[in-house]
Design a protein around this ligand. Structure first.
Ligand code: PEP
Length: 250
């Protein structure tokens, strides 16, 4: 049975520690083939870890670009600090980091280097903007973004049963994030096939998740494809019951 992954990106939510504890303690681990993970903000990692059920993976939403575990990098958080707080993975390359913090491919490569050196897995996000989608440039954009992971091929081995993969790719069309819009099932499948072929040519082994306005109604659609190994969920991961229904679908 092929594993699947349902990962919640809490972004800058929830507002209070009490809300974090309530959300984390209400989550249930996946069943069967589905593995579940969540990524709260830095300041909530330890509290989330304490409240989460065993078996739910904990992740951070960012990591410092410099591979130093301590030092003069105001505002940055190192991989060692993340691991010490209980994180097992980190999201790198989310479109909101690319857009609001100008994170370049070079910076993203540094972040992946740092994460791997710290023993953290990486959820690497890629996706085209609305203009790029409308101009028919999606595959060109994704091919360029995927070049970042090519250099890590020798470090990324095939999944072992039940373990968190070292790398997970999340295809997230920027125009689908938080908008309620999604590509068609056929479009997502075609893109996932392209990503899969591109990764295979690089000798990189990674599950491929879809992200962008996934909810407990449309999750059923994405489950149907053997090319979609799971989902990265933003808004709908903030409601424990919706998130549980998405995980149950996988
Ligand atoms: C995301 O930001 O990773 C995301 C997929 O958000 P949403 O599910 O809210 O579109």
């Amino acid at each position: 049975m092929k594993a699947s992954y349902v990962i919640g990106n809490w972004k800058l939510n929830p507002a209070t520690l009490g809300d974090v504890q309530a959300l984390a303690s209400a989550l249930t681990a996946g069943t069967g083939r589905c593995q579940v993970g969540v990524a709260p903000s830095f300041v909530h990692l330890s509290a989330a870890k304490a409240a989460l059920s065993a078996g739910i993976w904990l992740g951070a939403q960012d990591i410092a670009h410099k591979s130093t575990q301590t030092g003069a990098f105001t505002g940055d958080v190192s991989g060692a600090q993340l691991a010490d707080a209980g994180a097992q993975f980190v999201i790198v390359g989310h479109s909101e980091r690319r857009a609001y913090h100008g994170e370049s491919d070079a910076v993203l490569a540094q972040k992946i280097t740092h994460a791997f050196a710290s023993g953290l897995s990486v959820v690497f996000c890629i996706g085209e903007t609305k203009d790029e989608y409308q101009a028919g440039k999606t595959l060109d954009v994704l091919a360029a973004q995927l070049q970042v992971v090519a250099d890590f091929a020798s470090q990324i081995t095939a999944d072992t049963d039940g373990a968190l993969p070292k790398l997970l790719i999340a295809y997230e069309p920027v125009w689908a994030i938080g908008t309620g819009l999604t590509p068609t099932f056929a479009e997502v499948e075609a893109v996932h096939r392209f990503i899969s072929e591109t990764l295979a040519a690089m000798q990189v082994f990674s599950p491929i998740l879809y992200g962008g306005s996934v909810n407990d109604t449309n999750a059923e659609t994405f489950v149907k494809s053997p090319l979609i190994d799971g989902v990265l969920v933003g808004g709908a991961s903030l409601k424990a019951d919706s998130f549980a229904r998405i995980a149950a679908a996988f």
